[in-house]
Design a protein around this ligand. Structure first.
Ligand code: OOB
Length: 546
């Protein structure tokens, strides 16, 4: 079968790679070696709390080694991809660490993903196995696993976290004799694949290497003040880059801290865990931070252990940011990052003005930032521009996506983030907006094009345009403008049900649907989709366009 290019095209040029090594960013350590390292250094310390399960570093390593042994015994070979769709349960860490210990490559799906996304991820990565939950938030994963098996010829086996059933094996059946040492792989090779938020119809796969990723979370642990005595709460879905590495559970484990996994990010679940485990650090998207601040005023739980709340994934307004310390009693750290790499943090000892008003500055002195105008010329000092970046942990290309790569990377290997950013004289960044066409719905990125394609699949839909609309709670919500075929009609609930039935994550279903006669574009002549979306948005949600 076709093998993945384990050294994808984003190989850094020799001179930059040499610099990153010389400066000690890239330690030439793989995830498997890293697990041995942390188990060696912190063996008897408590590594993970998840539900009733409590594991020391040594136990976490053994459990990962047992999965690694089972995965290789099942016939998988080094560099094979394994799709993982697990919630924040006791299984998550041992399974993903086991996959990497075996020299295999996890492909992270979110628990919210459904058939479309899972099939896209599995087929796009040529995954040979899939590991999922049995049930989470009322959803059964075995039927989804069967759909993926049927749709993806390379996918041979699916395991779920329950007893074997009709074509889906039990995850427990993978627990075998421990693999004693990690399968040797090159630290410059791909360690895992993650899905991009994406602005195009098909989400792209982000290949992160051992070297670059381990650097990003080890450096983050320092910047976020995580130490051996810290307790990190994984409240957001663990497959997201933010809770994974900013500083995330990996950053926490790198310094011997304890990681607490919560199946839900809701205040009631998390506050109980904060009190019981004396949580010191966690990360949230802005809508959840707002919810937590509201709930904290009324809670009976003791939240006094909390030291640092990281907030990122979407813009946190200065008004909300200023309320974090008074309501939650901890330091706010703004986090502006992306799964493609670059992460910016406000520093813990920054003045309040900086913490409240900015989205921080990069992790690394070697993160290079270019702010460009639409025409590609650099902005003048203090002027907002489109953020482009390259550095020791920012990808150089998406996986197997030449066309997307042409759009997203410019000369010199800079990644175009699409974010409109202003750089202050002190070097801190302020996110002002975005030039790309996605909806940032509570931190989940929804591609307008992807949803338009689903709408267009309905027989009564003639044309559709999906736009982001400001929302006081979600930050942005999605609104679909729909023109129906002559003589045909469909109601908003029926259209939403149709989209849902196509097998996509619930957060992608349009929040609002507005039917319109036609897209009146005559005044501006023939316009591209991007301009059309802007015209519709201006007409319906702002004043008339100028
Ligand atoms: C994180 O990663 P992604 O890949 O889901 O989304 C990246 C995009 C950024 O390009 C930007 O548009 C937006 O999310 N974003 C923010 C932000 N943090 C992310 N926009 C405004 N303010 C912020 N603080 O979202 C992510 C990855 C690692 C750490 C944190 C967030």
């Amino acid at each position: 079968m076709a093998k993945i290019m384990t050294k994808p095209t984003q190989i850094w040029p020799d001179d930059l790679a040499a610099t990153y090594r010389a400066k000690g960013y890239w330690r030439n350590v793989t995830f498997g070696m890293w697990l041995d390292e942390i188990a060696g250094r912190f063996g008897p310390r408590l590594a993970m709390v998840a539900g009733d399960s409590r594991m020391t570093y040594a136990e976490l390593r053994t459990e990962a080694q047992r999965y690694a042994g089972g995965l290789l015994a099942s016939g998988l070979e080094p560099c094979d991809r394994v799709l993982v769709q697990l919630p924040n349960s006791a299984r998550f860490l041992p399974v993903v660490l086991g996959i990497m210990y075996a020299g295999l490559i996890p492909v992270y799906a979110l628990p919210a993903h459904r058939e479309r996304e899972v099939v896209h991820l599995a087929s796009g990565s040529d995954a040979r196995a899939m590991i999922c939950a049995a049930r989470h938030e009322g959803f059964e994963y075995a039927p989804l696993a069967r759909q993926a098996l049927a749709a993806c010829p390379a996918l041979k086996t699916a395991y779920h976290d329950g007893p074997a059933c009709d074509g889906v094996a039990a995850l427990d059946s993978l627990l075998s004799a421990p693999l004693a040492t990690p399968t040797p792989v090159d630290p410059c090779d791909v360690a895992f694949l993650q899905i991009s938020g994406g602005t195009t119809g098909f989400p792209k796969l982000i290949p992160r290497t051992h070297n670059d990723y381990i650097y990003s979370f080890e450096a983050s642990a320092g910047i976020c003040g995580v130490t051996q005595d810290s307790v990190f709460l994984t409240a957001l879905p663990a497959a997201h880059n933010f809770p994974m590495s900013s500083p995330g559970y990996f950053g926490a484990l790198s310094v011997g801290a304890t990681v607490v996994m919560s199946l839900s990010p809701a205040p009631d679940a998390c506050f109980a865990l904060i009190e019981a485990e004396r949580v010191t650090h966690t990360g949230l998207v802005p809508p959840l931070a707002l919810l937590w601040m509201q709930a904290a005023a009324k809670t009976g739980h003791d939240l006094s252990s909390l030291q640092v709340l990281g907030v990122g994934g979407a813009k946190f307004t200065p008004e909300s940011a200023a309320r974090v310390r008074p309501t939650l009693g901890c330091t706010l750290q703004q986090v502006f990052g992306m799964a493609e790499g670059l992460v910016n943090y406000t520093r813990l000892d920054d003045p309040d003005e900086v913490i409240v008003n900015t989205q921080g500055r990069p992790i690394s002195p070697d993160d290079e930032i270019l702010l460009l105008r639409e025409d590609g010329t650099p902005v003048s000092e203090g002027e907002p521009g489109i953020l482009h970046t390259r550095g020791p942990y920012t990808i150089r290309a998406y996986y197997n996506a030449p066309e997307a790569n042409r759009r997203s990377f410019i000369e010199g290997g800079y990644y175009c983030t699409g974010d409109i950013v202003k750089r202050r004289p002190d070097g801190y960044l302020e996110v002002q907006g975005r030039s790309g066409d996605h909806i940032n719905r509570a931190g989940e990125k929804v591609s307008a094009e992807e949803i338009e394609d689903h709408l267009l699949a309905h027989e009564a839909v003639f044309d559709a345009a999906v736009v982001a609309v400001p929302d006081p709670f979600l930050g942005e919500r999605s609104c679909a403008f729909v023109v129906t075929e002559e003589g045909k009609s469909v109601t908003p609930p029926a259209l939403k049900a149709f989209i849902r039935a196509r097998g996509i994550a619930e957060f992608k279903v349009p929040d609002q649907i507005i039917f319109t006669e036609a897209f009146e574009t005559t005044a501006v002549g023939k316009v591209d989709r991007k301009s059309l979306r802007q015209i519709l948005k201006d007409k319906h949600f702002n004043k008339e366009p100028a």
